[in-house]
Design a protein around this ligand. Structure first.
Ligand code: ZN
Length: 419
């Protein structure tokens, strides 16, 4: 990424970037390289916030932002590029406003759409490098494959609770993400931040490291994290480095690559390609609060099964629901009765959909389990259920515990239904 001839810095820019110009490794030539560079940031959330802010501040001349969400109050614990004044507005617009306020001399292009196989080449083609600021496996594999197929560099970062990872994937100089992870994890095995949470400052640390890698790559200085995976833990402030090798059997960057065009990444990973928990078990299973109220008004009332984690009960809960966290469900099937109608619920529908799959595959009544879905955020979703449960409370309150119909389901472990 050599600085093209003819790029100049104005007097204002020289003042603005004076601390860069003082560093021999950056200097005027380096600052011109930054001004000419173009970087695409996928996601304007926790990672995208520091990445975009620092690239803008550093004077990266052309920055693209891809996101399709709107700013929500629950984002602000970590997505520091946004603020209260931007609530309800498009994230890409909110981010662009802040970046241009920080540095009006740069150009920020926004793409208010999901990054998908259909538009990825078109969006990414004109950028020098891509920064992965997403938190889901389909988009992560998509960003990787786009970079490999277009010959671009992918600055990767990921976060969960207190742990983060950073690497630079450049298939021409080292391994790609698929070399490291040829297959996605089974759906449900690795929770997302929307499901498991994240310490708000963690994406600040990891995103800042991604921005650092991007600036080094543009300037051609230092040693990029190519062939190295950096592992960070916030609790003991540890940084570890794992050497990565190119996988000769890699399906996208190996000599016998079979992935030569973009695929259906949601199908490949078996999960939706977005960051928030919002799942569906399919129209035949999903019910809304009103549908649940109708079922609860009929005798026998269905048993309510909450598949969230115990600590989530402190945020909100439905009285009378039984808690079996999704991760324990397979080992606790004996606590369920195949003859009993079940309503499975979680925060946003993803875990309940997985629970439903598990219950159906275990032979638990393929006709009466449903996934509670479609309420959006937890606070309003469960309060909506509360309201409707209150209106349904005049229904027959006696619990009828059905006998068992399937072997291996001991009746002595049956729990009472809604109290
Ligand atoms: Zn590879």
């Amino acid at each position: 990424m050599s600085a093209p001839n003819g790029t100049t810095l104005s007097h204002e820019e020289i003042l603005r970037y004076s601390r860069h110009l003082l560093i021999p490794e950056v200097g005027l030539e380096g600052q011109k390289k930054l001004k000419e560079a173009s970087v695409l940031v996928i996601g304007t959330g926790g990672l995208g916030s520091p990445v975009s802010l620092y690239l803008a501040a550093a004077g990266v001349g052309h920055i693209g932002l891809v996101d399709y969400d709107v700013v929500d109050a629950s984002n602000l614990q970590r997505q520091v590029i946004h603020g209260m004044s931007g609530l309800g507005t498009l994230k890409v617009e909110s981010a662009r406003r802040r970046m241009l306020d920080l540095n009006p001399d740069i150009d920020v292009q926004v793409f208010n759409e999901p990054f998908t196989s259909a538009n990825a080449f078109e969006i990414a083609r004109d950028y020098d490098l891509l920064i992965d600021g997403t938190d889901n496996f389909p988009t992560r594999y998509l960003v990787n494959d786009v970079c490999v197929l277009l010959g671009k560099t992918n600055v990767y970062g990921s976060i969960f609770r207190f742990d983060g990872q950073v690497s630079v994937f450049d298939a021409q100089r080292g391994p790609c993400y698929r070399c490291l992870f040829p297959e996605p994890p089974p759906p449900g095995l690795v929770p997302s931040c929307a499901e498991g949470g994240v310490l708000g400052v963690l994406p600040g640390t990891i995103g800042t490291l991604q921005a650092t890698e991007a600036l080094k790559l543009i300037l051609g200085i230092g040693t990029p994290l190519i062939g190295k995976l950096m592992l960070y833990n916030a609790l003991d402030q540890s940084f570890e480095f794992v050497k990565l090798k190119k996988n000769p059997k890699c399906k996208v960057c190996g000599p016998n690559a079979t992935v030569t065009e973009l695929i259906d990444y949601e199908a490949f990973c078996g999960v939706p390609g977005h960051d928030h928990e919002e799942g569906s078990a399919g129209a035949q299973w999903d019910i809304d609060a009103r549908g649940l109220a109708e079922r609860l008004a009929r005798a026998p009332r269905p048993r309510l099964l909450d598949v969230r984690e115990p600590h989530e009960l402190e945020i909100s809960k439905i009285e009378g629901a039984d808690l079996i966290p999704l991760g324990q469900l397979a080992g606790r099937l004996s606590e369920l009765d195949s003859a009993e109608e079940l309503v499975v619920f979680c925060k946003g529908g993803t875990r309940s959909a997985r629970a439903l799959e598990l219950l159906v595959s275990a032979g638990l009544t393929s006709t009466t389990a449903v996934s509670l879905y479609g309420f959006g955020e937890l606070s309003c979703s469960l309060s909506a259920v509360h309201r409707i449960l209150a209106t349904a409370s005049s229904a027959d309150g006696t619990s009828r515990v059905s006998g068992m119909r399937r072997s291996g389901m001991p009746s002595e472990s049956l729990k009472p239904m809604i109290a």
